[in-house]
Design a protein around this ligand. Structure first.
Ligand SMILES: O=C(CO)[C@@H](O)[C@H](O)[C@H](O)[C@H](O)COP(=O)(O)O
Ligand SMILES: [Zn+2]
Length: 200
């Protein structure tokens, strides 16, 4: 562990870097974030569902997002349909073992995805093969995609079509991008819950 002064400087630097990423990302996603929230609410209100995927920290984000739709974020309201594709261990291990890790999300999309559903695809690099393959599977099955990316958007940004929405964190650092992705997810949840409250 660094000495006290050094540790304190690291903490100061990380908070400063996060603030900088926060402000740059706000400017980058301010216009498209409400559209993403509206897309998700419309999806659920029409009887469709959200699917969410990502690796590592982004797997945590996918679960976090699904939990906040199914259960609640800050308000009590009707349940919204969302499934995390990162949590079924028997399914994940079987697909990875039999077909390869690149197929762990796409195979589940083939099984569960229906036209009108929306895939939340999360990757800080934009290059994770299983997320790239998931987007292809989503397009093949008539799902639109909301992509949480960073850096230059990677391969994911090139895959997206005009019906998809990319929310790109303005940073080149994985940890900062993840921090921004969680903030984006919370903004989406807040916008959705405010829209439902205004309807009721
Ligand atoms: O949380 C972290 C790093 O902060 C890691 O677990 C990270 O999520 C993993 O290395 C992922 O495999 C990275 O995947 P991706 O964001 O490039 O799609
Ligand atoms: Zn992390």
């Amino acid at each position: 562990m660094p000495n006290d002064a050094f540790a304190s400087q690291i903490v100061t630097d990380l908070f400063a870097a996060s603030r900088q990423a926060n402000e740059a990302t706000r400017a980058a996603v301010a216009d498209s974030l409400p559209s993403a929230a509206a897309r998700i609410l419309a999806c659920c209100e029409r009887g469709h569902k959200m699917l969410a995927c990502g690796n590592g920290g982004s797997a945590g984000d996918a679960q976090h997002f699904a939990s906040e739709l199914v259960n609640r974020f800050e308000r009590n309201r009707r349940a919204l349909a969302a499934i995390s594709l990162v949590t079924e261990s028997s399914t994940l291990t079987a697909i990875a073992n039999d077909a390869g890790y690149d197929r762990v999300f796409s195979r589940q999309i083939e099984a569960l995805g229906q036209t009108g559903d929306v895939l939340l695809a999360i990757s800080t690099s934009g290059h994770s093969p299983n997320v790239v393959t998931a987007i292809d599977a989503a397009h093949e099955r008539g799902l639109s995609v909301i992509a949480l990316t960073g850096r230059d958007g990677g391969r994911m940004a090139e895959q997206l079509n005009g019906d998809d929405i990319e929310l790109r964190a303005a940073s080149d650092v994985t940890a900062r991008i993840q921090e921004m992705h969680l903030l984006i997810i919370h903004c989406i949840c807040r916008l959705i819950e405010d829209a439902i409250a205004a309807e009721d």
